[in-house]
Design a protein around this ligand. Sequence first.
Ligand code: NAP
Length: 331
Amino acid sequence: MQAAVFREINQPLVVEQRETPEPNSGEVLVRLKAAALNRRDYWITQGRYPGIRSGVIQGSDGAGVVEKVGSDVDTAWKEKEIVINPGLEWGNDPQVQSRQFHILGMPADGTFAEAIIVPFTAIYEKPSHLDWHSAAALPLTGVTAYRAVTRAKVNEGSVVLITGIGGGVALMAMQICQALGARVLVTSSSEEKLHRALEFGAVGGFLYSQDDWPKQMLSQHGPVDTVIDGAGGAGYRHLLQVTGPGGCIVNYGATAGPPETMDLFKLFWKQLKLIGSTMGSPDDFQQMLRLGSQNNVTPVIDSVHSLVDVNKALGKMMACEQFGKLVISLS
Ligand SMILES: NC(=O)c1ccc[n+]([C@@H]2O[C@H](COP(=O)([O-])OP(=O)(O)OC[C@H]3O[C@@H](n4cnc5c(N)ncnc54)[C@H](OP(=O)(O)O)[C@@H]3O)[C@@H](O)[C@H]2O)c1
């Protein structure tokens, strides 16, 4: 099978021929139809991720057809169309993942390949409203966004600000918030992406590159109940400014690095809650699929690439050019 393999930091992934693996007990072999990129894949190529090893097939997101099942796996899974939950060994505590928790695509071989072995506990029937590209684009951003949104207790009538709307998780968080009946405001570096977000139902959009965006947002819409942020960085101080009393800021990433300042006076005077959120439990994954199916949530796809063009897709992600998911078509 063909696979895109991490060899060296700051070097392109190498697309090479690999032996198709055989499933052991408790495992399945999935013939992948499509995979999708996450920022994690870019961080790994830059050496900015723990536990990096040379020779690993990258990629966390994938969807395909179960080709073989190992012993102890129900043969009813054979030929089933599935999506893969990339978060493995969450553990028993719904509050937090176990120390064994890891994500497909480093250190375990990932989805940038024509086939993959995963535990049968990681596969879920593909939502019938999704085609292969959309199904592959869903898992990692879907579960991350679902857990972030539900931990913030977003519900009908909530007003939510989502930062950096061009991002995969951000766009999925917007769709999940909308499915729950919330009103969504967004920020972006790009006017064009703000327009796209408005077309997708955002009620307002602001350029985070303009220092007075919080003022503009507050004067037009008032404070928000919840912020969903994956950026951090210098702009983090604005998030405490635009969150209303008793509100909540959920953070799932730090694309722009750690916050430069933290206004503790705003934090305690406004009785704000800060929540950190990572991926999600198997239960979160199942509930994300259910909510998505009930509301026809379909990931926004920026572009589809072939496996040999995986480095072009990574370049697009590096430049934050995308609006939505970068997908790899595998068959
Ligand atoms: N904890 C977890 O479980 C988890 C899971 C998934 C991702 N993450 C992390 O979350 C972050 C986003 O992941 P992703 O896969 O959605 O990435 P992505 O698709 O590459 O999106 C990144 C987006 O970040 C936005 N951005 C960049 N600088 C920003 C800034 N200064 N202020 C606001 N937004 C900014 C940009 O939005 P515009 O293009 O609109 O400007 C960009 O499109 C990454 O840091 C990733 O590592 C964490």
